[in-house]
Design a protein around this ligand. Structure first.
Ligand code: 5GP
Ligand code: ZN
Length: 144
């Protein structure tokens, strides 16, 4: 636990949070400043800054809650869909350094965009470069 982390505080019950789901290694609660009604965050119980800092078991617990809750969140607010994602690292927009998945309900005509807008414009990449990147990723995966 990190003493100055709001999400650790919610997991420990020391900070009020509207908890909507939990399992052995993860907790889900409503976002305090939601992008949409029903905006839900799912965190590992342990303080892990980045997604890759969480264990495989913790990551599975987080995404198991995401999988189970996404339809419940949508149904609760009568949404038409959801954007599910992780801002992994400050450059990606992560503000709270305790990794978390967002489930953001989406509504027809809500004016939001797709996750494709997150990284700006698409780069031009040759087939050779794509092959090189695929090889690098495959060789470096930390999957347990
Ligand atoms: P990030 O930019 O790190 O991916 O998103 C952090 C999210 O956490 C934001 O949507 C913000 O509204 C939410 N948040 C920040 N502090 C608190 C808090 O103390 N309680 C809850 N429930 N949500 C918080
Ligand atoms: Zn924390």
């Amino acid at each position: 636990m990190s003493s100055d982390c709001p999400f650790c505080g919610i997991v420990a019950g020391e900070i009020p949070g509207r908890i909507v789901g939990e399992n052995d290694h993860a907790v889900a609660f409503l976002d305090a400043n939601p992008m949409a009604p029903g905006h839900t965050l799912v965190v590992p119980r342990n303080h892990r800054e980045r997604l890759a800092d969480a264990t495989s078991e913790e990551t599975q617990a987080v995404f198991s809650l995401v999988h189970g809750l996404a339809p419940a969140v949508e149904a609760a607010v009568d949404a038409d869909g959801a954007t599910v994602g992780v801002n992994d690292g400050s450059v990606a927009g992560q503000e709270v350094p305790h990794t978390h998945a967002h489930v953001i309900p989406r509504f027809a005509g809500d004016g939001g965009g797709s996750i494709h807008v997150a990284a700006g414009s698409r780069p031009e990449l040759s087939d050779a470069k794509l092959d090189e990147i695929a090889s690098e990723i495959g060789g470096a995966s930390n999957d347990e």
